[in-house]
Design a protein around this ligand. Structure first.
Ligand SMILES: O=C(O)CCC(=O)C(=O)O
Length: 252
């Protein structure tokens, strides 16, 4: 796939803290990735990684899959997808790194997690500039009923905990996107998962998390990936995944 130009989405991302790009994956690709994700969830449990994490989600209707890149090469492709790469470069700079890649499948009956910003989880306040970015891969349509990620409009401008309004929960708005879209969400946006109140509709989302090179990544890919898996990546991706010896020398 050729390079992607994020410029038309830039104003949305800067002004509103997010931008939705439809049709990044075709219907068939979306279905294939979803099938792969379910297989990855099963394999993850087989390897001893729980897919329900009580500290994150109120019940086991949320299926969490960590270590995606180690579970299937398709996730190694998505984390370096040209659309994700374009947003990460534009927001974080050419030397951005990969922090994490995980999934959250909100099944019917799932509840909402704790309200948070992804940047606040990895760096202390003040949050004066975007130092991280989430690329949310929508593997189904996303709407209020099926547990869309909900965000607090304008919250990417909150610089510290004292700026958070007391009624944040009441300000939440659901993202809306079609299956195959990505939602680029800047790291300072306060958000949470919604409750899936449908009878029978899963809401599978992937979260590719990118950050400035000086922010410590959430996942240690050096430890997570096998030598064969590491060998699949280009020099630049090896750097972004922290697989090179010089982890923080400031060169690309
Ligand atoms: O699943 C969602 O909608 C949000 C997940 C999330 O924000 C997280 O896991 O940190």
């Amino acid at each position: 796939m050729s390079a992607f130009d994020a410029t038309p989405y830039w104003q949305d991302l800067v002004e509103h803290g997010f931008a939705v790009v439809p049709d990044v994956l075709s219907r068939q690709q979306t279905a294939d990735v979803t099938e792969t994700l379910w297989r990855a969830a099963e394999e993850s449990r087989r390897r001893g990684d729980a897919t329900h994490v009580p500290v994150l989600d109120p019940n086991d209707k949320n299926v969490r899959v960590f270590d995606l890149i180690a579970l299937d090469p398709v996730f190694g492709d998505l984390i370096q997808h040209p659309v994700a790469d374009a947003f990460a470069k534009k927001l974080l700079g050419d030397d951005y790194i990969v922090s994490n890649f995980t999934a959250n499948i909100a099944r019917p009956g799932s509840g909402s997690m704790m309200l948070h910003s992804d940047q606040a989880i990895v760096v202390p306040e003040p949050w004066l500039a975007p130092w991280s970015l989430n690329i949310i891969w929508c593997l189904s349509d996303v709407c209020a009923e099926n547990g869309a990620t909900h965000y607090v409009p304008g919250s990417q401008k909150f610089a510290c905990a004292a700026d958070l309004p007391e009624n944040m929960e009441q300000l939440l708005v659901p993202f809306e996107a079609t299956a195959g879209s990505i939602i680029a969400m800047e790291g300072r946006m306060w958000h949470t998962s919604g409750a899936n109140v449908t009878k029978d509709k899963d809401r599978p989302l992937l979260f590719g998390y990118y950050c400035k090179p000086f922010v410590r990544p959430q996942w240690n890919f050096s430890e997570a990936l096998s030598p064969e898996q590491k060998a699949r990546f280009s020099d630049i991706m090896r750097k972004r995944l922290g697989l090179e010896r010089g982890a923080n020398l400031g060169t690309l």
